[in-house]
Design a protein around this ligand. Structure first.
Ligand SMILES: Cc1ncc(COP(=O)(O)O)c(C=O)c1O
Length: 374
């Protein structure tokens, strides 16, 4: 069958039997009226921590809550200064503000699109923050991740890692989420491990942080009617936990197909003004998204060609955090070299999702190549 359209993302390529297994499991939970809590939550958390290689995994309501829980768990409070990258999803900024702290945006490296050690060091020295949220975007991570972790530790800066996009990403052969002081992820349906609604998780190897996170997500409960802290309700629902547990059975195949897709683009789109960009070699990306850069003056016309060919695309993300209208009045400072802004104007994401076919990938590549032949 010849391909004449490719969505940016589609969520409907489930494995044979997945739907039936999920609906069967939902029927069982329904019959037992196990809607919140119950064994499925613990089972999911055990499987998550096994997969991610962290001692603890704490399921929660979504990836934004997960960052807020992690910030609160490490002790970030009202008016504390927290570094965040200028290139991330807005949730990172919001989470800092929602716990009462003040974000300081720190520019990313134009090549790696992530923080580099030098700029991170400068930000720590200039602003003396209490904490920092390092974000692993695009399913990659900064090639300086380990050095940034060490510098943060040596400087007494509490480092939270927003891994909403980096489930299963590795650095030097090790799980990013499993080796952080405290890391978070999102199970928004379009993520590498997606739920059928909103969900998220926090990962840590620290027993005390694990305990605090569990208390925070459940109304500060120390037992059913004793409340040791101000928390909130960020529990994960049983149906979501079931969906995620069943999805984990297929996660390796899903990730392999995503990784093959980004590799396909990297090989098939060489020598063009649109340049596929991949994670640096110490980082094993998870194929969350296919990233390319094009001269900002050429982006709109390339997008037009994709649209004409019925190909979906993304611009993740089209604006730096410090330039968002909502940032006004909340930022305590910034380091701005113009890199996040440049990336926001140059980035273009091609279709990438689990089980995208080679025919679909080739159709996209042909469209991009033809565009530049004109
Ligand atoms: C980098 C980043 N951080 C945080 C989030 C927030 O996750 P959620 O939508 O589950 O709240 C996302 C989700 O898109 C994200 O990409």
């Amino acid at each position: 069958m010849s391909v004449n359209q490719v969505p940016f993302i589609t969520l409907n390529r489930f494995e044979k039997g997945f739907r039936e297994n999920f609906l069967g499991g939902v029927a069982t939970l329904f019959e037992k009226t196990q809607f919140v809590g119950g064994p499925v939550i613990g089972e999911l958390e055990a499987e998550l921590s096994h997969f991610v290689k962290s001692k603890y995994a704490i399921g929660c309501a979504n990836g934004t809550d997960a960052i807020q829980i992690a910030l609160r768990a490490v002790g970030v409070e009202k008016n504390d200064k927290v570094l965040i990258p200028d290139m991330t999803f807005w949730a990172t900024f919001e989470a800092v503000v929602n716990v009462g702290a003040n974000p300081i945006t720190v520019d990313v490296n134009r090549e790696s699109c992530h923080w580099d050690l030098e700029t991170f060091k400068k930000a720590v020295i200039d602003f003396k923050p209490k904490a920092a949220v390092m974000v692993h975007l695009y399913g990659w991570a900064s090639p300086d991740t380990l050095e940034i972790r060490k510098f943060a530790k040596d400087s007494g800066v509490l480092l939270i890692e927003d891994g909403a996009q980096c489930f299963a990403t590795e650095i030097n052969g090790e799980s990013i989420l499993g080796t952080a002081l405290i890391a978070t992820t999102s199970f928004y349906p379009a993520k590498v491990l997606g739920a059928s609604g909103d969900a998220g998780a926090v990962f840590t190897n620290d027993e005390k942080l694990n305990q605090t996170c569990r208390i925070l997500i459940n109304h500060g409960r120390t037992d059913h009617y004793s409340h040791g802290m101000i928390g909130w309700n960020s529990r994960i629902g049983a149906y979501e936990a079931l969906f995620l547990k069943l999805s984990l059975e297929h996660i390796n195949a899903r990730i392999e197909s995503r990784r093959s897709a980004v590799k396909y683009y990297a090989e098939a789109l060489q020598g063009l003004p649109f340049k596929p960009v991949n994670a640096k070699s110490s980082v094993k990306e998870n194929g969350y998204c296919a990233v390319g850069m094009v001269d900002p003056d050429l982006r709109a016309s390339l997008i037009e060609s994709l649209k004409k060919a019925n190909i979906g695309y993304g611009t993740i993300y089209p604006g730096a955090m410090s330039l968002q209208a909502g940032a006004k009045g909340h930022m305590l400072g910034s380091i701005d070299y113009g890199n996040a802004h440049y990336i926001s104007q140059a980035v273009l994401n091609l279709p990438c999702f689990a089980y995208i076919t080679n025919e679909e990938l080739e159709y996209v590549c042909q469209t991009v190549r033809n565009h530049f032949k004109k």
